[in-house]
Design a protein around this ligand. Structure first.
Ligand SMILES: *Cc1c(COP(=O)(O)O)cnc(C)c1O
Length: 370
Protein backbone atom coordinates (compact mmCIF):
# COMPACT_ATOMS: atom_id res chain seq x y z
CA UNK A 1 0.00 0.00 0.00
CA UNK A 2 1.47 3.39 -0.89
CA UNK A 3 2.13 5.67 2.07
CA UNK A 4 0.34 8.91 1.23
CA UNK A 5 1.19 12.13 3.02
CA UNK A 6 -1.09 12.57 6.00
CA UNK A 7 -2.66 9.13 5.67
CA UNK A 8 -2.53 6.50 8.37
CA UNK A 9 0.56 4.36 7.92
CA UNK A 10 0.54 0.57 7.75
CA UNK A 11 1.34 -0.91 11.19
CA UNK A 12 4.98 -1.67 10.37
CA UNK A 13 5.75 1.92 9.34
CA UNK A 14 6.78 4.61 11.84
CA UNK A 15 4.76 7.75 10.93
CA UNK A 16 5.99 11.32 11.44
CA UNK A 17 3.12 12.00 13.82
CA UNK A 18 0.13 10.30 15.35
CA UNK A 19 -2.41 10.56 18.14
CA UNK A 20 -2.12 9.06 21.64
CA UNK A 21 -5.49 7.64 22.66
CA UNK A 22 -5.98 5.90 26.02
CA UNK A 23 -8.96 4.02 27.47
CA UNK A 24 -10.13 7.14 29.31
CA UNK A 25 -10.35 9.02 26.00
CA UNK A 26 -12.46 6.20 24.57
CA UNK A 27 -14.69 6.14 27.66
CA UNK A 28 -15.22 9.92 27.45
CA UNK A 29 -16.52 9.65 23.88
CA UNK A 30 -18.68 6.59 24.55
CA UNK A 31 -20.34 8.35 27.50
CA UNK A 32 -21.43 11.20 25.22
CA UNK A 33 -22.66 8.75 22.60
CA UNK A 34 -25.00 7.22 25.18
CA UNK A 35 -26.36 10.64 26.16
CA UNK A 36 -28.91 13.00 24.61
CA UNK A 37 -26.68 15.55 22.94
CA UNK A 38 -24.37 14.75 20.03
CA UNK A 39 -23.71 18.00 18.22
CA UNK A 40 -22.46 21.20 19.91
CA UNK A 41 -23.75 21.21 23.47
CA UNK A 42 -22.55 21.08 27.07
CA UNK A 43 -19.35 19.16 26.27
CA UNK A 44 -18.26 21.88 23.86
CA UNK A 45 -18.69 24.40 26.69
CA UNK A 46 -16.63 22.21 29.02
CA UNK A 47 -13.91 21.87 26.38
CA UNK A 48 -13.86 25.64 25.84
CA UNK A 49 -13.50 26.16 29.59
CA UNK A 50 -10.58 23.71 29.61
CA UNK A 51 -8.95 25.67 26.76
CA UNK A 52 -9.39 28.89 28.72
CA UNK A 53 -7.70 27.22 31.70
CA UNK A 54 -4.85 25.84 29.56
CA UNK A 55 -4.08 29.10 27.73
CA UNK A 56 -5.04 31.85 30.14
CA UNK A 57 -7.17 33.62 27.51
CA UNK A 58 -10.55 35.02 28.56
CA UNK A 59 -12.56 33.20 25.88
CA UNK A 60 -12.26 30.08 23.77
CA UNK A 61 -14.57 29.21 20.88
CA UNK A 62 -14.37 25.67 19.47
CA UNK A 63 -14.57 24.96 15.74
CA UNK A 64 -14.94 21.99 13.41
CA UNK A 65 -11.24 22.14 12.47
CA UNK A 66 -8.25 24.45 12.53
CA UNK A 67 -8.95 25.77 9.05
CA UNK A 68 -12.47 26.77 10.12
CA UNK A 69 -10.97 28.48 13.19
CA UNK A 70 -8.66 30.56 10.98
CA UNK A 71 -11.50 31.39 8.57
CA UNK A 72 -13.75 32.48 11.44
CA UNK A 73 -10.93 34.57 12.94
CA UNK A 74 -10.46 36.39 9.62
CA UNK A 75 -14.22 37.08 9.45
CA UNK A 76 -14.43 38.16 13.10
CA UNK A 77 -11.52 40.55 12.54
CA UNK A 78 -13.51 42.17 9.73
CA UNK A 79 -10.94 41.30 7.07
CA UNK A 80 -12.17 41.40 3.50
CA UNK A 81 -11.46 42.70 0.00
CA UNK A 82 -8.86 45.47 -0.11
CA UNK A 83 -7.04 44.23 3.00
CA UNK A 84 -3.52 42.81 2.88
CA UNK A 85 -2.85 39.81 5.08
CA UNK A 86 0.70 38.60 5.66
CA UNK A 87 1.77 35.13 6.69
CA UNK A 88 4.85 32.93 6.65
CA UNK A 89 6.07 31.57 3.32
CA UNK A 90 6.73 28.26 5.12
CA UNK A 91 3.43 26.94 6.46
CA UNK A 92 0.41 24.84 5.67
CA UNK A 93 -1.85 26.34 3.01
CA UNK A 94 -4.66 26.93 5.55
CA UNK A 95 -2.64 29.81 7.10
CA UNK A 96 -3.01 31.66 3.78
CA UNK A 97 -6.40 30.36 2.67
CA UNK A 98 -8.14 32.15 5.56
CA UNK A 99 -7.16 35.45 3.89
CA UNK A 100 -8.25 34.21 0.48
CA UNK A 101 -11.64 33.00 1.77
CA UNK A 102 -12.53 36.57 2.80
CA UNK A 103 -11.17 38.11 -0.42
CA UNK A 104 -8.07 39.73 1.10
CA UNK A 105 -4.71 39.99 -0.65
CA UNK A 106 -1.92 37.74 0.50
CA UNK A 107 1.61 38.84 1.37
CA UNK A 108 4.21 36.19 2.14
CA UNK A 109 7.01 36.79 4.60
CA UNK A 110 10.37 35.04 4.21
CA UNK A 111 11.48 32.86 7.12
CA UNK A 112 14.51 33.38 9.29
CA UNK A 113 16.58 30.20 8.71
CA UNK A 114 17.65 30.33 12.38
CA UNK A 115 14.06 29.90 13.65
CA UNK A 116 12.16 28.65 10.57
CA UNK A 117 9.55 31.21 11.65
CA UNK A 118 8.62 34.28 9.65
CA UNK A 119 11.19 37.00 10.19
CA UNK A 120 9.34 39.51 12.42
CA UNK A 121 11.46 42.37 11.07
CA UNK A 122 10.25 41.65 7.51
CA UNK A 123 6.48 41.88 7.98
CA UNK A 124 5.48 44.50 5.38
CA UNK A 125 4.71 47.90 6.85
CA UNK A 126 1.11 48.81 6.08
CA UNK A 127 -0.34 45.30 5.99
CA UNK A 128 -3.71 45.05 7.70
CA UNK A 129 -3.24 41.72 9.40
CA UNK A 130 -0.62 39.13 10.20
CA UNK A 131 -1.23 35.40 10.55
CA UNK A 132 1.76 34.45 12.70
CA UNK A 133 2.55 30.74 12.43
CA UNK A 134 4.47 29.13 15.29
CA UNK A 135 6.35 26.70 13.05
CA UNK A 136 6.97 23.23 14.49
CA UNK A 137 5.82 24.52 17.90
CA UNK A 138 8.45 27.23 18.40
CA UNK A 139 6.59 30.50 19.08
CA UNK A 140 7.24 33.46 16.78
CA UNK A 141 8.75 36.27 18.82
CA UNK A 142 5.87 38.73 18.42
CA UNK A 143 7.69 41.21 20.68
CA UNK A 144 10.23 41.58 17.86
CA UNK A 145 7.71 42.73 15.21
CA UNK A 146 9.15 45.77 13.46
CA UNK A 147 5.63 47.17 12.96
CA UNK A 148 2.57 45.64 14.56
CA UNK A 149 -0.30 45.35 12.07
CA UNK A 150 -3.77 46.34 13.37
CA UNK A 151 -4.76 42.66 13.54
CA UNK A 152 -2.50 39.83 14.68
CA UNK A 153 -3.91 36.30 14.45
CA UNK A 154 -1.70 33.51 15.73
CA UNK A 155 -1.77 30.22 13.85
CA UNK A 156 -0.88 28.01 16.81
CA UNK A 157 -1.84 24.73 15.11
CA UNK A 158 1.63 23.45 16.13
CA UNK A 159 1.98 25.23 19.41
CA UNK A 160 -0.52 24.27 22.08
CA UNK A 161 1.54 23.82 25.25
CA UNK A 162 4.31 26.18 24.08
CA UNK A 163 5.06 29.41 25.91
CA UNK A 164 6.90 32.72 25.59
CA UNK A 165 8.10 35.24 28.20
CA UNK A 166 4.48 36.54 28.00
CA UNK A 167 3.07 33.19 29.16
CA UNK A 168 1.32 30.29 27.42
CA UNK A 169 0.70 30.47 23.68
CA UNK A 170 -3.01 31.15 23.33
CA UNK A 171 -3.20 33.84 26.02
CA UNK A 172 -3.25 36.46 23.22
CA UNK A 173 -0.81 38.72 25.07
CA UNK A 174 0.32 40.15 21.70
CA UNK A 175 -2.51 39.15 19.38
CA UNK A 176 -6.24 39.61 18.87
CA UNK A 177 -6.89 35.90 18.40
CA UNK A 178 -5.02 32.60 18.53
CA UNK A 179 -6.10 29.58 16.44
CA UNK A 180 -5.52 25.92 17.27
CA UNK A 181 -5.97 22.65 15.36
CA UNK A 182 -6.84 19.31 16.93
CA UNK A 183 -6.06 17.14 13.90
CA UNK A 184 -4.65 13.73 14.98
CA UNK A 185 -1.03 14.64 14.17
CA UNK A 186 -1.24 17.75 16.38
CA UNK A 187 -0.44 17.62 20.09
CA UNK A 188 -4.00 17.10 21.34
CA UNK A 189 -6.71 15.71 19.10
CA UNK A 190 -10.46 15.68 18.67
CA UNK A 191 -10.28 13.73 15.37
CA UNK A 192 -11.01 16.92 13.47
CA UNK A 193 -11.28 20.10 15.50
CA UNK A 194 -10.06 23.59 16.17
CA UNK A 195 -10.51 26.60 18.42
CA UNK A 196 -9.91 30.32 18.65
CA UNK A 197 -8.91 32.00 21.89
CA UNK A 198 -9.28 35.74 22.49
CA UNK A 199 -9.44 38.26 25.30
CA UNK A 200 -12.10 40.30 23.50
CA UNK A 201 -15.76 39.75 24.39
CA UNK A 202 -16.76 41.34 21.07
CA UNK A 203 -14.56 39.03 19.00
CA UNK A 204 -15.69 35.97 21.00
CA UNK A 205 -19.33 36.80 20.28
CA UNK A 206 -18.63 37.30 16.56
CA UNK A 207 -16.80 33.98 16.45
CA UNK A 208 -19.79 32.21 18.04
CA UNK A 209 -22.19 33.82 15.53
CA UNK A 210 -20.02 32.97 12.49
CA UNK A 211 -19.80 29.37 13.73
CA UNK A 212 -23.59 29.04 13.77
CA UNK A 213 -24.88 30.37 10.40
CA UNK A 214 -24.72 34.02 11.48
CA UNK A 215 -27.79 33.49 13.66
CA UNK A 216 -28.53 36.15 16.32
CA UNK A 217 -31.42 35.31 18.66
CA UNK A 218 -33.96 37.89 19.84
CA UNK A 219 -35.96 36.15 22.60
CA UNK A 220 -37.85 39.36 23.37
CA UNK A 221 -39.71 38.75 20.07
CA UNK A 222 -40.51 35.13 20.90
CA UNK A 223 -38.55 32.08 21.92
CA UNK A 224 -38.15 30.98 18.30
CA UNK A 225 -37.12 34.32 16.86
CA UNK A 226 -33.74 34.98 15.30
CA UNK A 227 -32.30 37.09 12.52
CA UNK A 228 -29.27 36.47 10.34
CA UNK A 229 -27.31 39.70 10.10
CA UNK A 230 -24.10 38.41 8.51
CA UNK A 231 -23.21 35.43 6.36
CA UNK A 232 -22.22 32.57 8.65
CA UNK A 233 -21.42 28.93 8.31
CA UNK A 234 -21.88 25.67 10.13
CA UNK A 235 -18.40 25.40 11.69
CA UNK A 236 -19.48 23.59 14.86
CA UNK A 237 -17.55 20.92 16.75
CA UNK A 238 -19.59 17.96 18.01
CA UNK A 239 -19.99 17.08 21.68
CA UNK A 240 -18.40 13.71 20.90
CA UNK A 241 -15.26 15.45 19.72
CA UNK A 242 -15.32 17.98 22.55
CA UNK A 243 -15.40 15.20 25.16
CA UNK A 244 -12.33 13.66 23.51
CA UNK A 245 -10.71 17.10 23.52
CA UNK A 246 -11.30 17.68 27.24
CA UNK A 247 -9.84 14.26 28.03
CA UNK A 248 -6.84 14.91 25.76
CA UNK A 249 -6.24 18.38 27.15
CA UNK A 250 -5.87 16.94 30.66
CA UNK A 251 -2.69 15.26 29.31
CA UNK A 252 -1.27 18.34 27.59
CA UNK A 253 1.60 18.79 30.05
CA UNK A 254 2.61 15.11 29.76
CA UNK A 255 2.41 15.20 25.96
CA UNK A 256 4.57 18.31 25.63
CA UNK A 257 7.09 17.10 28.22
CA UNK A 258 7.42 13.80 26.36
CA UNK A 259 7.83 15.59 23.01
CA UNK A 260 10.60 17.73 24.53
CA UNK A 261 12.33 14.64 25.99
CA UNK A 262 12.25 12.86 22.62
CA UNK A 263 13.54 16.02 20.92
CA UNK A 264 16.45 16.18 23.39
CA UNK A 265 17.19 12.53 22.69
CA UNK A 266 17.22 13.16 18.92
CA UNK A 267 19.61 16.06 19.47
CA UNK A 268 22.03 13.82 21.40
CA UNK A 269 21.88 10.93 18.97
CA UNK A 270 22.02 12.94 15.77
CA UNK A 271 24.79 15.27 16.96
CA UNK A 272 27.58 13.68 14.91
CA UNK A 273 25.65 13.39 11.63
CA UNK A 274 25.94 15.77 8.65
CA UNK A 275 22.57 17.43 9.14
CA UNK A 276 21.21 20.65 10.63
CA UNK A 277 19.22 20.21 13.85
CA UNK A 278 16.01 22.22 14.37
CA UNK A 279 16.18 25.58 16.12
CA UNK A 280 15.90 25.20 19.89
CA UNK A 281 13.72 27.40 22.12
CA UNK A 282 15.52 30.60 23.18
CA UNK A 283 15.67 31.45 26.91
CA UNK A 284 12.18 32.16 28.27
CA UNK A 285 10.45 30.20 25.50
CA UNK A 286 9.06 26.66 25.62
CA UNK A 287 8.97 24.64 22.41
CA UNK A 288 5.93 22.39 21.85
CA UNK A 289 7.76 20.17 19.31
CA UNK A 290 4.82 19.37 17.09
CA UNK A 291 7.58 18.62 14.54
CA UNK A 292 11.27 17.80 14.63
CA UNK A 293 12.38 19.31 11.29
CA UNK A 294 16.00 18.52 10.43
CA UNK A 295 17.73 19.71 7.27
CA UNK A 296 19.62 17.08 5.30
CA UNK A 297 21.74 17.02 2.16
CA UNK A 298 20.09 15.24 -0.80
CA UNK A 299 16.69 15.29 0.90
CA UNK A 300 14.99 13.31 -1.84
CA UNK A 301 17.32 10.31 -1.42
CA UNK A 302 16.99 10.49 2.36
CA UNK A 303 13.18 10.73 2.20
CA UNK A 304 12.98 7.71 -0.14
CA UNK A 305 15.60 5.77 1.82
CA UNK A 306 13.75 6.31 5.10
CA UNK A 307 10.49 5.12 3.51
CA UNK A 308 12.29 1.97 2.33
CA UNK A 309 13.43 1.50 5.94
CA UNK A 310 9.84 1.83 7.21
CA UNK A 311 10.16 5.42 8.42
CA UNK A 312 7.55 7.82 7.02
CA UNK A 313 9.34 11.14 7.51
CA UNK A 314 7.51 14.08 5.96
CA UNK A 315 8.29 17.48 4.47
CA UNK A 316 6.79 20.55 6.17
CA UNK A 317 6.12 22.37 3.92
CA UNK A 318 6.22 22.98 0.19
CA UNK A 319 6.61 26.80 0.42
CA UNK A 320 3.42 28.73 -0.23
CA UNK A 321 4.92 30.70 -3.14
CA UNK A 322 5.00 27.42 -5.10
CA UNK A 323 1.21 26.93 -5.02
CA UNK A 324 -0.30 28.42 -8.19
CA UNK A 325 -3.66 28.98 -6.49
CA UNK A 326 -2.15 31.57 -4.15
CA UNK A 327 -0.91 33.80 -6.97
CA UNK A 328 2.39 34.60 -8.62
CA UNK A 329 5.37 35.10 -6.39
CA UNK A 330 9.06 35.31 -7.23
CA UNK A 331 10.94 32.59 -5.33
CA UNK A 332 13.97 34.90 -5.33
CA UNK A 333 12.08 37.07 -2.82
CA UNK A 334 12.24 34.22 -0.29
CA UNK A 335 15.89 33.20 0.01
CA UNK A 336 15.58 32.04 3.63
CA UNK A 337 12.56 29.86 2.90
CA UNK A 338 14.11 28.48 -0.27
CA UNK A 339 17.32 27.48 1.47
CA UNK A 340 15.47 25.87 4.37
CA UNK A 341 13.02 24.00 2.13
CA UNK A 342 15.84 22.36 0.15
CA UNK A 343 16.75 20.07 3.03
CA UNK A 344 13.74 20.05 5.36
CA UNK A 345 12.53 16.71 6.66
CA UNK A 346 10.36 16.13 9.75
CA UNK A 347 11.41 13.06 11.71
CA UNK A 348 8.84 10.97 13.61
CA UNK A 349 7.86 12.64 16.88
CA UNK A 350 4.81 11.90 19.02
CA UNK A 351 4.26 10.94 22.66
CA UNK A 352 3.85 7.20 22.03
CA UNK A 353 7.03 6.94 19.91
CA UNK A 354 9.20 4.42 21.77
CA UNK A 355 12.93 4.85 22.28
CA UNK A 356 13.48 1.69 20.20
CA UNK A 357 11.48 3.21 17.35
CA UNK A 358 13.41 6.44 17.69
CA UNK A 359 16.67 4.46 17.51
CA UNK A 360 15.40 2.79 14.32
CA UNK A 361 14.92 6.26 12.82
CA UNK A 362 18.37 7.42 13.94
CA UNK A 363 20.10 4.28 12.62
CA UNK A 364 18.33 4.47 9.25
CA UNK A 365 19.28 8.12 8.95
CA UNK A 366 22.90 7.45 9.96
CA UNK A 367 23.17 4.76 7.29
CA UNK A 368 21.74 7.06 4.61
CA UNK A 369 23.93 10.01 5.58
CA UNK A 370 27.03 7.91 6.30
C1 LIG B 1 -2.89 21.62 10.73
C2 LIG B 1 -2.71 23.04 10.41
C3 LIG B 1 -3.78 23.90 10.09
C4 LIG B 1 -5.16 23.42 9.81
O1 LIG B 1 -5.74 22.67 10.77
P1 LIG B 1 -6.89 21.60 10.39
O2 LIG B 1 -7.43 21.24 11.73
O3 LIG B 1 -6.19 20.46 9.70
O4 LIG B 1 -7.88 22.27 9.53
C5 LIG B 1 -3.52 25.25 9.95
N1 LIG B 1 -2.28 25.74 10.05
C6 LIG B 1 -1.21 24.95 10.29
C7 LIG B 1 0.13 25.57 10.42
C8 LIG B 1 -1.39 23.57 10.46
O5 LIG B 1 -0.32 22.80 10.68
Amino acid sequence: MPVLPGCPCPPDVIPYGRQSIDDDDVAAVVAVLRGDWLTQGPHVETFEAALVAATGARHAVAFANGTAALHAAALAAGLGPGHAVATSALTFVASANCARYVGSDLALVDVDPDTLNLDPTRVPAGCDALVAVHFAGLPVDLAALAARPPVVIEDAAHAIGASTPDGPVGNCARSEMCCFSFHPVKTVTTGEGGAVTTNSEVLAERLRVVRNHGIVRHPERGGWYYEVESPGFNLRLTDLQAALGTSQLSKLERFVTRRNALADRYRERLAGLPLVLPPAAPPGFRHAYHLFPVRVPDRRAVYDGLRDAGVAAQVHYVPLYRHPVLGRFDPADFPGTGRAYEGLLSLPLYPDLTEDEQDTVVEALAKLLG
